[in-house]
Write a protein that binds this ligand. Structure first.
Ligand code: SAH
Ligand code: SF4
Length: 354
């Protein structure tokens, strides 16, 4: 692809109404013009100034010269038999990220990426195996939502957002925070979940913000020793400190913390492990999402998914201990589209061709 000079015009995507108002203030005759523009961009999902039929032609072309409304480019889409769709997005600097949209009980769950890779390096994760990537900007985060919404013609009130795509959202708190503020204009905070590997400063940041999304924590092991082996970041942010932080995390009425637990055969799938998980999180309003490992023969050939009866036994043990448990029987496996299994296919293909 030919090199294209970066577009210097500020992108209006991913900005809150307040930010749009500030940016536009010097260029509009009355403040409500900026409100009109932000309604178009945020509420009506406009992709160009030309659509803004309640603005004069002159203003539209003036704004067009100064600003832009740009979403990530779709490089590839793949649909799976269960209805989930995986998207490969191209960003302006040539970086690619993936997102997945999954229909579920009349709702559409969008799994968004927050970084173009992940430096946390969990041993069971394709994104982690590929290494770190840059933080996505607010427009690149919100843009994934905009593209999916448009392409799937999804009713806005049916959309849930989970930050379980590529990257560690709580290592990108500045941009995540801005993106959330914009997303809240359309999607209630209680329909948005941020999933973290346990980045303590990020959890503290989230505890302090005014409007909070739901929190999911990738636990993956009931003790420090095994957690550290699976998730090297646990050395820096030990399990006991994580649990202390979670015990004081402010929860809105009716909310619970979701603990995600990737089940790996012979590693963390024993009934005793389920019992240890239940003890560990006792007292925290919680639910547990058990995720049978998505295998990957290239990046972690030695790690296997337990058989279904082991998965069920694990879930039942948690339930017997009084916990609410869901099992994520993977969506979109046939297109490699499951959350937490992102970026594998494209990268492999890319590396073969070089
Ligand atoms: N970095 C954040 C969010 C992205 S990962 C986090 O780790 O929480 C989203 C989820 O996918 C995490 O719960 C992670 O444990 C899970 N995951 C990663 N690789 C997986 C795999 N191979 N199979 C099943 N789940 C996986
Ligand atoms: Fe990063 Fe999450 Fe993958 Fe771990 S599981 S490497 S934190 S994306």
């Amino acid at each position: 692809m030919a090199w294209v000079a970066p577009d210097p015009r500020p992108n209006l995507v991913g900005r809150s109404p307040l930010e749009i108002a500030e940016l536009l203030a010097p260029h509009v005759d009355r403040p409500f013009r900026a409100t009109q523009v932000s309604r178009w961009v945020i509420d009506r999902d406009a992709t160009s100034f030309a659509e803004m039929s309640n603005l004069s032609k002159e203003l539209r072309s003036d704004l067009e010269r100064r600003f832009r409304i740009t979403d990530p480019e779709i490089l590839e889409t793949s649909s799976s038999d269960d209805g989930s769709v995986k998207w490969l997005f191209g960003l302006e600097d040539g970086v690619t990220v993936e997102g997945v949209a999954m229909p579920e009980d009349g709702k559409l769950t969008m799994c968004l990426s927050s970084q173009a890779g992940c430096a946390v390096g969990c041993v069971f994760c394709v994104t982690g195996a590929l290494g770190g990537g840059r933080n996505l900007r607010p427009d690149e985060i919100v843009g994934q939502y905009r593209v999916m919404l448009r392409r799937l013609a999804a009713p806005v009130d049916r959309v849930n957002i989970v930050f379980m795509g590529m990257g560690e959202p709580l290592l990108n708190t500045d941009h995540l925070g801005e993106a959330l503020e914009t997303l809240y204009e359309r999607v209630s905070p209680k329909r948005i979940t941020v999933s973290t590997s346990g980045i303590l400063p990020g959890i503290r940041w989230l505890a302090g913000v005014e409007r909070r999304p739901k929190l999911a924590v990738s636990l993956n092991a009931p003790d420090q020793e095994r957690r550290e082996r699976l998730m090297p970041i646990a050395r820096r942010y030990p399990l006991d400190e994580l649990m202390t932080e979670l015990r004081r995390f402010p929860l809105e009425r009716g909310r619970r913390i979701t603990f995600e637990y990737v089940l790996i055969r012979g590693v963390n799938d024993a009934v005793a492990d389920a019992e240890a998980v239940a003890r560990l999180i006792r007292g925290i309003p919680a639910k547990v999402n058990v995720i049978p490992l998505n295998e990957d023969a290239t990046h972690f050939p030695d790690l296997r998914r337990p058989d279904d009866s082991t998965v069920n036994r694990f879930a039942v043990s948690l339930r017997d201990a009084g916990l609410t448990v869901t099992v994520r029987w993977s969506k979109g496996l046939d297109v490699d589209a499951a959350c937490g299994q992102l970026k594998g296919r494209h990268q492999r293909r890319g590396s073969q061709s070089t």
